[in-house]
Design a protein around this ligand. Sequence first.
Ligand SMILES: [Cu+2]
Length: 172
Amino acid sequence: MKKSPIALLTLTLLFSCQGPQPSQSEDAASPPEAEEAHAHDHADHATGASMDPSSEYMQVPDSAYVEFLNLSDGDSVDSPFRVEMGAVGMEVRPAGEMVVGTGHHHLLVDMDAMEAGALIPNDESHLHFGLGQTETDVELSSGTHRLTMQFANGGHFSYGAGMSSSITLHVR
Ligand SMILES: [Cu+2]
């Protein structure tokens, strides 16, 4: 499905906020197992909440991956800059509901992939795109930064390095 440039711009304007994402849909989550009951509560990340990587909600097809569509490793950019996030082999879907084979994008600033099953914190260096966004504008200080795209399931549990992509950017 192709979106018109106007539609993309509108989406970007609506969702370009880099702060914690609204979590209105997360309250509707129905954790599949008792141990995941706190998955929707980011305040719990400090307790090391995680999901068993053998859970059906952690399964990833071998052929699936994520990619930066408009940026390459080593690029120099002016801040703020556009980031277009692609997912192949898994469906992008808003956070809040666990559905096998789906998830949403995250951008991790100055870090690499999070291990499979780890709950992704919600703070200024862990950006969630829980509305299902596939592009955003990112603002970074000048200098060299590591930017990691990390796919995670509806409860924000990382799908691991296999569903991540990392690049180094030089911000002017
Ligand atoms: Cu998330």
